[in-house]
Design a protein around this ligand. Sequence first.
Ligand SMILES: Cc1ncc(COP(=O)(O)O)c(C=O)c1O
Length: 429
Amino acid sequence: MTTSREGASRPLRPGRPTRDRSAEQRGELAVAYPDDIDPDDEREPVWSPSIRALPIPGIRKMVNMAAEMDDVIHLSIGQPDFPMPEHVVEAHIQALRDGKTGYTMDAGLPQMLEAVAEYYSHRYDRPLEPENVLITTGATEAMYLAIAATAAPGRQFLIPDPTFPLYAPLIRMNGAEVKPIPTRAEHGHQIDPQEVIDNIGMRTFGIILNSPSNPTGTVYPRETIEAIVQEAAYRGVYVFSDEVYDHLLLDEMEYPSVLRCTSDLDHVMAVSSLSKTFSMAGLRIGWLISSQGAIKKLQRFHIFTTTVANTPAQWAGVAALKGGMACVDEMLEAYRQRRDRIVELVSKTPHLTSYRPQGAFYIFPSLPPNTDATNLATRMLKETGVCVVPGDAFGDSCPNSLRISYAASMDDIERAFERIIPWMEKQGF
Ligand SMILES: Cc1ncc(COP(=O)(O)O)c(C=O)c1O
């Protein structure tokens, strides 16, 4: 048998992770893409075809470029800029000191399973048992398990576009098909539930929702979620709901989780984590909530992927969920002030049109139609030193948009717009 090494048209160099310290510091980009894998190069016979479904993230391209420059202001970051709450830090350290460093049960530390079940039962007024919960390595693993365990050739998933660039690659990697449902800037990127329902066809297996949304900050109202979840259940379609920003609601409202809007858990999988709510993305604790049957299946998959989530970090998670929400409210107040200010600043910026996002820490303004936002964001970075992310990093429907993150200090936001506004005045479209 010819080994792939002998068959390779050029020598195989095992992937060496790139060393990008700025990326490491910015959570969202921390997974360095091996610098000698070109996933589009069909002459590389070693790698599974599925790796070709994994694009180099558009966010990463911008941040890599910024890493070569001095004096960059990042409005590109997808993780909170606040310290992890002190009582959670203490619990984490205490767990290490107490030697709580072994494996936990497969589904998670029993105390953490109970904490999640109790917390969300109360929050959503829906009885949940610890058996409805699986503790994972961040929401990313939860989403990975949910999609990889269900996506297969012949199955189609509906996904809002623009959206967080995790779902489509995972779906395609497992041979299933993605059908984007575009959302529109003029409607504040609200998804039209009827459009989703009209797009459910014979092959539709799943619908992915993400509210509050990355990259738009849009929060879907309860009627939208209810309409989608109820029709999906009736048609035997699963709803996968990425709810990592479930606490980052900037206006007074009750969060419409799918868990509130469904009569049973048979057709929903809800994913969330501690990353955004408690500013602890690096501790990598998330979870998936679903029917007990689904959790049992996914638990088996989890054993073969990460075994169990990080044990001391799960103890920190117990302290976070049981320690009261005063620390989260403080962060929320800061996000609210930043949101209000950034809406003002964007409205003063020539050529940008926007809306008022209600959640997460992103705004997704549009440039004039047919503008190439990638080109504009690249020039903006080079000429002003402000780093934002172009819309095409989040799908095909908004190539003229920019994602601006306000997970940045007010001072950075002000300084960034002092550079952006006069620069935009000079742009002709
Ligand atoms: C919508 C969305 N889902 C999931 C994640 C990943 O979350 P975690 O850190 O819990 O894996 C992110 C991170 O940026 C996100 O924006």
